[in-house]
Design a protein around this ligand. Structure first.
Ligand SMILES: Cc1cc2nc3c(=O)[nH]c(=O)nc-3n(C[C@H](O)[C@H](O)[C@H](O)COP(=O)(O)O)c2cc1C
Length: 353
């Protein structure tokens, strides 16, 4: 569809939730099942959003909020908003140019784009969209040599951090995918070799990875290590002890272990365990600017969104993803003004009940 038609579609969108129905109409049933699904009963997936809905925000009045600044730093790099694009596989299902499109929007907006190992576009093609805060998410493969090569490519292409996903020793039991499997995931240029041309991508996950392997990983490059998929405070402490510069509190959008806690409910325990030794981010269920301020008030430095930008990409291409960012920024600024928080530092725990 031409960009102009996309633009007509996306101007009518007022919140992130509205992208889903449009995306569903454009995606193949199997692609929609892959994007939308969670594991088992999808309890955790629902809980991620419900956990935000349960929290109340306490406004503080008569604070000068005539100038609101939603910018921050992530791993020392300035970002325009405390919101990044979570790594998500197979963006070619949503758009011909796949990961290149949201990576370009993120770069222009000054937001972190995290490229998945299982992307349909290469590390180098995505880097070619131009400078921007850009990270690479790694699934360690059973063939460690391939992972070593991937990490070196990401470092050479200027990615600013290595995000190791640790909640995926195997794939979650996802019924929607079982009923409606993706028959052709497209090419996976970041896994190396030709191992991926047949069989599900879940078969590429390596269940033998252990804490001790983090030293090996850190030795492959100078990139700071972000450990993604932590819910247990003890694991958070272990990650810090093994050199993590940051942690992403995440249950993979409810796609891995079902009935794992909602990310927001796990956040405070992790923040306390980390005790300022690393940055803590959160993903899972972030749909509104009010969700962003809630997570930040409870100790997250930033959040990531997953499905919303995938749906925006499918629904409206580049204009859709740009609209997704614009909505989140408007909502975040409005929430900061009404909470009486002119900066993100003013989002303290006592703002959330
Ligand atoms: C379709 C899809 C594919 C994903 N692929 C990956 C991936 O390749 N690597 C990864 O670390 N996380 C992956 N995730 C998890 C996201 O990074 C993130 O944790 C999750 O989407 C956040 O929840 P949300 O979708 O509710 O925002 C994927 C999520 C979705 C929905």
């Amino acid at each position: 569809m031409p960009a102009s038609e996309y633009a007509v579609v996306v101007t009518a969108i007022a919140n992130l939730g509205e992208f889903e129905a449009l995306a569903r109409a454009r995606l193949s049933p199997a692609a929609y099942a892959y994007y939308a699904g969670g594991s088992w009963n999808e309890q955790t997936m629902r809980d991620n959003e419900a956990a935000f809905a349960r929290r109340r925000l306490l406004p503080r009045v008569l604070v000068d909020v005539s100038a609101v600044d939603p910018s921050t730093t992530m791993l020392g790099q300035r970002v325009a908003l405390p919101i990044g694009f979570a790594p998500a596989a197979l963006q070619g299902l949503a758009h011909r140019d796949a990961e290149v499109v949201p990576a370009r929007v993120a770069a222009r907006a000054g937001l972190v784009y995290c490229l998945s190992t299982f992307a349909n576009r290469s590390i180098e093609d995505v880097a070619a969209v131009g400078p921007g805060p850009r990270w690479f998410q790694l699934y360690v493969q059973a063939d460690r040599g391939r992972s070593e090569e991937t990490v070196r490519r990401a470092a050479a292409a200027g990615y600013g951090a290595l995000v190791l996903t640790v909640d995926s020793a195997g794939a979650g039991y996802r019924e929607r995918e079982l009923r409606d499997p993706i028959l052709d995931p497209g090419s996976l240029p970041n896994v190396g070799g030709h191992a991926t041309e047949h069989g599900p991508i879940g078969a590429l996950l390596d269940g033998s990875l252990r804490w001790d392997d983090l030293a090996w990983l850190r030795g492959l490059s100078n990139l700071p290590l972000v450990v993604k998929g932590i819910l247990d405070p003890l694991d958070a402490a272990r990650a810090v002890e093994h050199g993590a510069a940051a942690i992403v509190v995440s249950n993979h959008g409810g796609r891995q272990l079902d009935r794992a806690p909602a990310s927001l409910d796990a956040l405070e325990g992790v923040v306390d365990a980390v005790a300022g030794r690393a940055e803590v981010y959160l993903d899972g269920g972030v749909r509104r600017g009010t969700d962003v301020v809630t997570a930040l008030a409870l100790g997250a430095r930033a959040v990531f969104i997953g499905r919303p930008y995938l749906y925006a990409l499918a629904a409206g291409g580049q204009a859709g993803v740009a609209r997704c960012v614009e909505i989140l920024e408007s909502e975040l600024r409005a929430a900061m003004i009404l909470l009486g928080a002119p900066t993100l530092a003013a989002l303290t725990r006592d703002r959330v009940a």
